[in-house]
Design a protein around this ligand. Structure first.
Ligand code: SF4
Ligand code: SF4
Length: 421
């Protein structure tokens, strides 16, 4: 991959969360691109400091949005991780990598495979049982980072969305779409998926939920396992192609960003490339679709409900979706109070909050401190951000709750009597 596009202008520096936090050039996009350039020229320059600086990248892609030369820093980092995972750099000793490489594979299995996810669901449900929950948090050896994540979980874990779910609103349909249910969305935030189907139905759109869908593969791409992501892309393309609907709706920003780049997983001569391109062109994040749906107009509530919007990196930087969320919240009667740097990474970044707890906590503290005092809700359209920000709000005893914008829109219609629960 080409690192030579960088003109070292430094326009990306202020957008990079790790640079802003540390002030170190090696922890900046420009520094990382330079490091990669030198290492590809002369692999003997690779040492554990360079390996750490490259592994510390959140892959948030804020630098890409700021870069006038269109340097694909996120993809460069992903390619680097894939190469080092395959030991293409014999100069690298295993001890050169920190906790990131040691735990990322098991965590990718946990969150990204059906069996791992089943275990995750069991643990999540267990941790929500009152007696078991307090018992779990008292375990001395329970890592603080996992405890922090548990703190962000909702009080009740909903049932997974059934493929045969009958939506609450609407009955006449002008079009049909498919829903990508996601892994953590389908485990922890299944109600958001349910609310999405209700809102689509209210907007005259019928939802089909294809069976045999898999994890999008984002965690694996970020962690240097493109071959796993490629396999799951093939399975997803097979699963969704057979349903026949023309659009694929996604409720997690990290997943929609990944699904929109499926084509790049396949070589030019790979027969799946054309199918992957058709698939990715059909993908749309729910936050981009909602403002265009013919949803009924509703009045603003008598008492203002204040919402502050956090823009997930993979929605704002990777897909350029920002005003749409404010638009649909405004249409459904909410008042927006903006936080500073709403598109600055909160530190969740896939499993980064588990592999890099110190940096993740620092970014989280900064994020929570920017939530305006008058905010009653913090809207975030990505499950990782929701869990992380909610844990930070609780840790700092702040009253607002983190919530997916779909849930806010659904609640606005519920308050106007569109559905009864
Ligand atoms: S990555 Fe882009 S913005 Fe950053 S220094 Fe290089 S050219 Fe400039
Ligand atoms: S992807 Fe994010 S953390 Fe990585 S260099 Fe770019 S701005 Fe910094």
């Amino acid at each position: 991959m080409d690192t030579g596009q960088c003109v070292h202008c430094g326009l990306c520096l202020s957008s990079c969360p790790t640079y802003v936090t540390t002030g170190l050039e090696s922890e900046s996009p420009r520094g990382r691109v330079f490091l990669l350039e030198r290492i590809y020229e002369d692999p003997s320059l690779l040492n554990r400091h360079a390996a750490k600086a490259l592994d510390d990248c959140l892959d948030c892609r804020a630098c890409e949005a700021a870069c006038p030369a269109h340097v694909p820093t996120g993809h460069l980092i992903e390619a680097w991780r894939a190469q080092t995972a395959k030991s293409e750099f014999p100069e690298l000793q295993p001890e050169s990598f920190g906790i990131f490489r040691k735990v990322s594979r098991p965590l990718q299995w946990f969150f990204g495979s059906p069996r791992g996810l089943k275990w995750f669901q069991r643990l999540v449900r267990l941790s929500k049982k009152p007696t078991m929950g307090s018992w779990l948090t008292r375990i001395k050896w329970m890592p603080a980072r996992v405890e922090g994540m548990a703190l962000g979980l909702p009080n009740t874990i909903p049932k997974r969305l059934s493929r045969f779910y009958r939506p609450k609103g609407g009955s006449e349909f002008a079009q049909q779409v498919m829903l990508f249910v996601g892994c953590v969305m389908d485990t922890v935030y299944a109600d958001t998926n349910r609310h999405t189907v209700d809102l689509l139905s209210l907007g005259q759109v019928q939802t089909v939920i294809p069976k045999n869908q898999r994890c999008c593969g984002a965690l694996h791409i970020h962690g240097g396992q493109p071959e796993v992501a490629r396999q799951w892309a093939r399975e997803n393309i097979d699963a969704f192609e057979s349903s026949g609907a023309s659009r694929i709706i996604v409720t997690a920003a990290g997943c929609s960003a990944m699904l929109k780049e499926y084509r790049d997983l396949f070589d030019l001569d790979d027969p799946f490339r054309e199918r992957a391109e058709r698939f990715q062109n059909a993908v749309i994040d729910v936050t981009a679709l909602l403002p265009d749906l013919p949803l009924p107009d509703i009045e603003k509530p008598k008492q203002q409900v204040m919402v502050s919007v956090h823009d997930p990196c993979h929605l704002a930087h990777a897909q350029g979706i920002k005003p749409e969320i404010r638009q649909i919240l405004d249409k459904t009667g909410y008042s927006i109070c903006e936080m500073t740097d709403s598109d600055r990474c909160c530190g969740a970044a896939g499993i980064y909050n588990l592999t890099h707890p110190e940096m993740a906590q620092e970014l989280l503290a900064r994020k929570v401190s920017t939530v305006p005092q008058q905010a009653q809700w913090v809207a975030a359209a990505n499950p990782g951000c929701l869990l992380h920000i909610q844990s930070g709000l609780k840790e700092q005893s702040r009253t607002p709750r983190a919530i997916h914008p779909v849930d806010l829109v659904w609640m606005a219609y519920q308050a106007h009597g569109f559905w009864s629960d």
